[in-house]
Ligand binder design. Sequence first.
Ligand code: HEC
Ligand code: HEC
Length: 347
Amino acid sequence: MSWNKALIAFSTVAAAGLTLAVATGSSYGQNAGQNAAKSGSAKAAVGQASKSAPAPSPSQPASGTAASAGAPPGAAAGTTPTAQADTRPADVRHGEYLVKAAGCVGCHTVEGKGVAPFSGGRALKTDFGTFYGPNITPDKTAGIGAWTEDDFKRALREGVGRDGTHLYPAFPYPSFTKIADADVHDLWAYLQTVPASAQANKPHELKFPFSWRFLLVFWKWLFFTPGPDAAMASASAEVSRGAYLVNALAHCGECHTERNFFGAVKKDRQLAGTPGKDGAPNITPAKLKWSDGELKDFFSSGMTPDNDQVNDTMGEVITNTTSQLTAQDTAALIAYLKQVPAIESKK
Ligand code: HEC
Ligand code: HEC
């Protein structure tokens, strides 16, 4: 993952946070708590309440959104109304498919044989330090067995943990926030069926100041818009399915889109690659000229048209995600990639 330069910039935010803490004369601990608790209303106060009202999801046109749109400022900001449990019958097998399409297993399972899937501990190295994917099996203490479906939905949709802590975007909720309600329901149903593991979570090893979780409040303020994406509504069914796969579930842009100083993806550089020798290539039509058949082979086997095998990073995406997609979804993914705006690579 290329989070270059974010260090410097994030330090600036850290300094701002520090100033704030000093100015209000409160200790870090209190301040963090207050910030977490207030983030919803603070957002409304700066006049961005409408930003956090989720766009209607295709599966749930009217219900839910009305509640947040009509709520007093602050009350519902940043939260999807979750008072009612989702009672629709869940499709566990579809949930299993979605878990693959979203690559959940990779970040939440250490490599090796005999490891319980989703039991956590996988090291994810970034410029911020090393994150460890937590245990998301149904174990009541080590995993998420004590969570409700609403807690789970809030984690994916808003990047908030069960106790209200803000989650790091190393967990790609800026993409997962676009997952439709019905799919969140199925994902949850499937995760309930995996064997519970009592493996304890490993604390992240982050460089200062990233270890200050409360700074995520500022980050989210600046860069995070929760809720499904209605942008592809006018595209063909195939292309919009492809958009959903690429941008929500398979979160391709989390690696293939350059990030700004603050580690947030640059909206005007979507899928145009990341700089540096470990960077991910430009996969817009400006650079990616492979035929549909070549792309299909690549996404199922990892073999490029020149008979090169991809590196481990993309290799894992192919093993866990793209090779698991149905033929129809692979075709949709390719159809979408073929029509995204062509963006020239940076020199
Ligand atoms: C790119 C790596 C990555 C992928 C892919 C990923 N996660 Fe995570 N996930 C993380 C990290 C890292 C955290 C910890 C974030 C933190 O501590 O702030 C996390 C946290 C979580 C949490 C909160 C757990 C807790 O104890 O607070 C849940 C729930 C979760 N992920 C579920 C999922 C599901 C479901 C998927 C697939 C749809 C998924 N994750 C895919 C990296 C990932
Ligand atoms: C975890 C980071 C990551 C994710 C997520 C990811 N990629 Fe990649 N991808 C890479 C890297 C790194 C390479 C370069 C691999 C190499 O050169 O060996 C790559 C290579 C590729 C290539 C080959 C391009 C070329 O010109 O060689 C394509 C096509 C591609 N990715 C498409 C996708 C699509 C579509 C998705 C979403 C389904 C995706 N990637 C998700 C990191 C990622």
